[in-house]
Design a binder for this molecule. Structure first.
Ligand SMILES: [Zn+2]
Length: 234
């Protein structure tokens, strides 16, 4: 049984399938030989940066998903989930990265879009941690929900992908839980904005910007309330 859940017009993609692999601690990831040097260097630099983050505290949802808001915790989270990195178009040209759980649920695929746009470093990190969540076979790889159509913010403006600017209405680019790929990665970034003690103001501002944007993709009212209580109520 394989369920295709590829997100073309959002920033991320995942193909969810049924897999039987167990999740055990793994060594650091490897790169396929065809990963371009600039993409490989960028990803290594991004992961090195997240490994340096220090936080004094973390929100309860962050504690539940990741543990403390600090670099070693993030590095271990990622390395426990992603074993190798390869290049793919992820089914369509508009994704940034994807996991194909039916093929290899511990492999993250990057597209040329990873470095094609001028998004801040913390945005690429958000993408990578989003994808790392999709490797979790024991959680059915956290499949996405279909965004409403029309998909409007409280002001009546259409909610679009922050990465491509494309419409998300009717696309599988939303979540109904705080614990899926969108929720977990925005909780991570919001904690960095609020609690990182050694990040620059620019990093914290970018983290807040992308976290707030991804929060719009949580479309279940109970999940929205959970995240609001966790991170937006004070
Ligand atoms: Zn996804």
């Amino acid at each position: 049984m394989k369920k295709s859940n590829l997100l073309g017009v959002g920033i991320l993609g995942v193909i969810v399938g049924l897999a039987l692999a167990s999740s055990s601690a793994r060594a650091d990831y490897s790169f396929d030989n065809d990963v371009p040097a600039d993409i490989k260097a960028q990803m290594i630099a991004d992961m090195q940066f997240i490994g340096t983050v220090q936080g004094t505290t973390a929100s309860p949802l962050h504690q539940q998903i990741f543990g403390n808001a600090d670099g070693p915790t993030y590095t271990k989270f990622f390395n426990d989930r992603v074993q190798s990195v390869g290049m793919s178009d992820c089914g369509m040209g508009n994704a940034v990265a994807c996991v194909n759980a039916g093929f290899d649920s511990s492999k993250m695929w990057l597209t040329e879009n990873f470095i094609k746009f001028s998004h801040p470093q913390i945005a690429r990190i958000m993408v990578m941690f989003h994808e790392s969540r999709h490797t979790e076979d024991n959680n059915d790889n956290w499949p996405h929900a279909t965004c409403p159509s029309p998909f409007l913010d409280p002001s009546g403006n259409e909610i679009k992908s922050i990465w491509t600017g494309y419409s998300l209405a009717g696309e599988p680019g939303c979540d109904v839980t705080p614990f899926g790929s969108y929720g977990s990665s925005m909780i991570m970034l919001k904690n960095i904005q609020k609690f990182c003690t050694n990040c620059t103001d620019k990093v914290k501002m970018d983290a807040g910007l992308y976290a707030d944007d991804q929060f719009k993709r949580i479309i279940d009212s109970t999940a929205v309330q959970q995240i609001t209580t966790d991170l937006y109520s004070n």
